[in-house]
Design a protein around this ligand. Structure first.
Ligand code: HEM
Length: 124
């Protein structure tokens, strides 16, 4: 992994979209998570895909459509404790496992998700 290349360059949009698809399949199977999300998961899947494409170095379409991410503020409406973070992280890890990425790219994505998920805890 060359430091000038972004995760988006290395992984490509297709795999980021696959990741969000797998992630939401896992959300659908997890009662604790599922009840937080709207009935129709497709718009949520598109929002997360565009966000991750942007965060990993791709086009800024997420911010063009949704404005500044302000993820802590956008997540304030749900009670996110360590258990809920673990549900979310497990769903994301299962998704990541299905992508068959090189280990260093997977590690880089994982460490971003760990940091981001910890940052969104808003309840003891
Ligand atoms: C820690 C546990 C988390 C929980 C329980 C959680 C839950 C949710 C829920 C219920 C939604 C609403 C779905 C929708 O309609 O878009 C949402 C939206 C979103 N989440 Fe999370 N989330 C968590 C962590 C994360 C993390 C770590 C990220 C980033 C890597 C993230 C990124 C997003 C984004 C980008 C949206 C859409 C925001 C928007 O534009 O409205 N979430 N989340």
């Amino acid at each position: 992994m060359n430091s000038a290349q972004t995760i988006y360059d290395l992984v490509g949009e297709e795999k980021i979209r696959s990741l969000t698809r797998y992630f939401y399949l896992e959300v659908g199977k997890n009662d604790a998570l599922r009840k937080l999300y709207p009935e129709d998961l497709s718009p949520a899947e598109e929002r997360l895909a565009l966000f991750l494409i942007q965060v990993f170095g791709g086009p800024d379409t997420y911010s063009e459509q949704r404005g500044h991410p302000r993820l802590r503020m956008r997540h304030a409406q749900w009670k996110i404790d360590a258990d809920m973070r673990d549900h979310w992280m497990n769903a994301m890890l299962k998704g990541l496992d299905q992508l068959k990425l090189e280990q260093d790219i997977k590690d880089a994505m994982m460490s971003y998700f760990v940091r981001a998920a910890n940052h969104l805890i808003n309840h003891a």
